[in-house]
Design a protein around this ligand. Structure first.
Ligand code: URA
Length: 435
């Protein structure tokens, strides 16, 4: 079976068989099919789509490209959450410790920043010393000992996804429902998770721009989970403006720590309460979403979630001093505060533009393998619906150089729209989809 024939078939809108998908994925992982052919194929998938059966076959092929973790000898239930990617989305840093502190183990394989969205590993690695390259044995041992792991995808788990994810990032092939669904679900299923909360983002700062596209993606992922015999629920959440205040790696860690201490921006805190609540409910820790939310609020108020975060940072080699003193996190040399140019109400804080500004400051990657600058980013001080007076602080840029700061300020001013009439706040969630 020649790779080019599989590419042509997809280019012409035909349906690939399980064997064709499997041999293509194997060839990619064994390096017998080069990156340029996989890029062309990914573009054909993005343009022509896949049937639900092809998406399920692709997911299985990606899972079978590597090892599969069996966590049943370590924990009875391992719950996980996955966001389809957003701007300022540091939810994992809070909900992981919260859920683990409530007695439900969380073994999480996270990704790196993709395109204009941030990645949990890049954020956590802004904590000096923190290592995310755990072996499978370390993953299991840690899950057993502290009930919480935040690791990178090991080279042996769904390796096809690891390679494909990096390639899609730099070939414009990220926003494809079958590619995102198989990418997310192959990682989750290979990592042995038994229950998964899917945080499916929608809006201009998400890969799915409309609620209906997000619903389609959620439905595909729920159906893959069902076929694999795992429990799942999908929350469709807003990503038209950044989540919380901070965008950028160290800045987001700082905001997550504040939230774990019981503070943090209200929208981000409410988002975390909902996601963590659904994780506890799915894991059977409680029997109603209201009691699950109450457990989450307790663990934030009592400090047990913060304590769990401390254990996590310590066991993965990070400097725990940053938890008590987040000013020890990497800090950019230039910090510029930008005031509102006019008075009125904030109608738009364009999430994608904010993500792109952060990317250009160095918080994300222009191309595969680029290093990220943990210090840089943006603080958004006013959200959609807020009233502002001319001269009020609108946003702050943390930059590595004056030139990159100037460019970010220009982009961010254009990303904000202030209008004279009052504006409705954006919802946090649009709906919950069950299996
Ligand atoms: N998150 C993933 O894990 N994969 C994608 O393709 C997009 C977001």
């Amino acid at each position: 079976m020649r790779a080019v024939d599989i590419i042509i078939k997809k280019r012409d809108g035909l349906v690939l068989s399980r064997e064709e998908i499997s041999s293509f994925v194997q060839g990619f992982v064994n390096n017998t099919i080069p990156d340029y052919q996989v890029s062309a194929w990914a573009m054909a998938v993005l343009l022509n789509g896949m049937t639900p059966q092809e998406t399920a076959d692709l997911t299985m092929a990606m899972i079978e490209s590597g090892d599969q973790l069996d966590l049943s000898d370590v924990v009875d239930i391992a719950v996980d959450k996955h966001s389809t990617g957003g701007v300022g989305d540091k939810t994992t840093l809070v909900v992981g410790p919260v859920v683990a502190a409530c007695g439900v183990p969380v073994g999480k394989m996270s990704g790196r920043g993709l395109s204009f969205t941030g990645g949990t590993l890049d954020k956590m690695e802004s904590i000096p010393g923190f290592r995310s390259d755990l072996s499978e044995q370390e993953f299991k041992d840690q899950l057993k000992s502290i009930g919480l792991v935040l690791a990178g995808q090991t080279a042996d788990l769904a390796p096809a996804d690891g390679k494909m994810y990096a390639l899609r990032d730099v070939t414009g092939t990220v926003p494809s429902i079958p590619l995102i669904a198989s990418s997310v679900m192959s990682k989750k299923l290979a990592a042995g998770t038994t229950a998964i909360v899917l945080d499916v983002k929608t809006g201009n700062g998400a890969f799915m721009q409309s609620v209906s596209e997000a619903e389609q993606l959620a439905a595909e992922m729920l159906s893959i989970a069902r076929l694999a015999g795992r429990k799942a629920v999908a929350l469709i959440s807003d990503m038209n403006q950044p989540l919380g205040t901070a965008v950028g790696n160290a800045l987001e860690v700082k905001e997550a720590i504040e939230t774990l201490k019981g503070d943090g921006p209200q929208d981000f805190r409410d988002h975390c309460i909902e996601v963590a609540g659904h994780m506890l409910l799915l894991a059977g820790r409680t029997d109603s979403i209201d009691s699950a939310r109450a457990l989450v609020v307790d663990s934030l108020a009592s400090g047990t979630a913060l304590e769990k975060f401390r254990q996590l940072v310590k066991i993965q080699g990070g400097d725990v001093l940053v938890i008590d003193n987040p000013d020890l996190l990497p800090f950019a040399p230039i910090m510029r505060e930008v005031p509102a140019p006019i008075s009125g109400y904030v109608e738009q804080v364009h999430a994608r533009e904010v993500g792109l500004a952060a990317l250009e400051l160095g918080a994300g990657r222009e191309k595969k393998g680029d290093p990220v600058d943990p210090r840089v980013g943006i603080l958004i001080h006013r959200k959609v619906g807020d009233a502002v007076q001319q001269g009020d602080l609108l946003f702050t840029v943390h930059a590595g150089s004056e030139e990159s700061c100037d460019a970010a300020v220009e982009r961010l001013l254009a990303a904000h729209r202030i209008v004279p009439e009052p504006v409705k706040r954006l919802p946090l969630f649009y709906q919950t989809m069950e299996q």
